[in-house]
Design a protein around this ligand. Sequence first.
Ligand code: ADP
Ligand code: MG
Length: 724
Amino acid sequence: MTDAPSETFKPKPLTGPQKALRKLGLVRPIDLALHLPLRYEDETRIVKLREVREGDTVQIEATVTACDITPGGRRQLLVTVDDGSDVCTLRFFSFYPSHQKALAVGNRIRARGEIRGGYWGLQMMHPTFKEAGGALAVALTPIYPTVAGLPQAYLRRVVQSGLNRVELAETLLPETLPEIGLQPAWDLRESLWFLHNPTPDVALATLEDHSHPAWQRLKAEELLAQQLSQLTAKRERARLRAPALASVQAKPDRSLPLHAQLLAALPFQLTSAQRRVSTEIAQDLTRPVPMHRLLQGDVGSGKTVVAALAAAICMEAGWQCALMAPTEILAEQHFAKLLSWLAPLGIKTARLIGSQKPKERREMLALIASGEAGLVVGTHAVIQNKVVFKNLALAIIDEQHRFGVAQRLALRSKLTPQTGDAESSPPDTGPAPNGPAEDAPSSPSPLEPHLLMMTATPIPRTLAMSYYADLDVSTIDELPPGRTPIITKVVNDARRDEVIARIHAQVSEGRQIYWVCPLIEESEALDLSNATETHAQLSAALPGVMVGLLHSRMPVAEKKAVMALFSAGQMGVLVSTTVIEVGVDVPNASLMVIEHAERFGLSQLHQLRGRVGRGAAASACVLLYSTGDAPRLGETARARLKAMAETNDGFEIARRDLEIRGPGEFLGARQSGAAMLRFADLATDTALLAWARKTAPLMLDQHPELAQQHVMRWLGDKTDYLKA
Ligand code: ADP
Ligand code: MG
């Protein structure tokens, strides 16, 4: 293969920095131009030491008056400089002979770094330095977000050249904002140029807090792009067709329709919140347009039965329904519960999970393909290629935030009922074979299933309204009656023995206990006591009590066996990693201990806690924390544990989580694509957001081409993420 002629045509391999650029998504000139500085350094002037304040990052010119290596184990290079107004010590923890040479006594140098004060006078740690003299920068020096292997100087050069190309070629950055409504004060070119090369006279604070008009323009652009793409997705969806599933109130033979039969058979009455959201969903299902609805409700608020009622409406109308859950345990639990509700009503439910035996899998696939199974419950296995539905009309995704965007998209597209007929009929002729017999639509688009997403991690109202412009939201804001509130205690791990004593007392009263440990993978790295160790410790401390262990590395069959023992009440204590995080329902469990609670996120803690307090017994949650070597917990960890102790309300928890983490992180790229908002802040840029919400529909109607151009500029090919 050495001299093969084809070799010469191979593109040159990318250099390290080029790879790094690609990793950051900096490909097109416009991407580079939109890669904006995190902050700036002022290299435009020399400051006198007399005028500096602690914390300032400054540039000085001074003469070296001393240059010494401190003796002892930790060698440091200490250099004293004098600029005529004051003296300053430059401190280097690592250094080479070249440092000593450049910083020899008598040399005049230019140094820049952060000023620290203190008993010994002014200091700079590891300043950068060079010979004094030379030209000063004319603009502030931008410091860009970067990754390993991509030095600032290199990045600065390519960004500037990208910016230059954008500047030169009129076509690369046309004005996309049509003249409608209020216009931002600065135009985009001007803003970009300025943000990359701000003049030294600008108030740095307005650049740092992004209140400068140039920043305002960028944030406005970005929010508009986001609103436009959501609105486009919404309008596209409105053009799609879905089976209209009328919810039958009474049948000709006077027998009850399926959902009413299910209601009558339930051992409880729906809460009024459950009734309200069920109606909202039923109304969506009657429309010939795919539902796109998020059902949010705190852990234990009873989302499953709402899903079952929606499924019943769907099956009553003669269509199939699929329910997808993120873990096998959860899928199994849903399967068991739905089977117990629906089998007596004559409904066949199929199960699809990864660990299934091939024979069972084949049988299930056949049931699904023939339409005999009205309901399919499973894990990701549901979206695999081999699964072909006869006529799927409703897809329900439980704990939707645990699924990736790609998986949600796969579910929507794969469930298009025509797939099976692809060879026999060309894709765009004739109405869908399984579609309701309506007048042939002018442009027959494929049928899409209705989509119901469920989550116990609520989105605060303001975010739901503004960010999820194309999502309808139903909220269960009330727990079923008879629940006693969970008491949460934050306890230092030093008092572990007391907690174990309490477990003993509870188990002897017939109660069951969850003990949750952080992930085993993490515990290796972080030296946390892991689930296995805790399991051994509890087994020894609780003779006569069955203590089980559940973690993600166990074979599935073993997991199921353990879960079955715990569900049946035979096992008193279940030690587990977060595999029980979602959905598990064992009402007799009344105490949850979370070890190393300081390592968990707030919504995760809340979800875990929701596993108890499901029965009538008073329940408690103990958050064990350990500070490790530190004297006390870090600030955010403390804020999280405090929030847990203070409230049981999922919405309040979500609000606090938002406060602690900020919206970008709160929503997470997987949940929403919110990470794509690089500059705007949904929590604080409310005026700009309002402007974008108002402008987007006008722009789509009056200037669709500009709108598309605008979205491409900002989101490129990422727009799919907003549709999922
Ligand atoms: P989640 O919203 O967390 O998914 P589940 O659907 O698992 O909650 O419901 C939690 C428990 O509450 C289940 O045991 C369920 O059967 C029960 N439940 C649901 N709705 C009601 C109700 N209206 N009254 C009493 N119990 C209910
Ligand atoms: Mg659930």
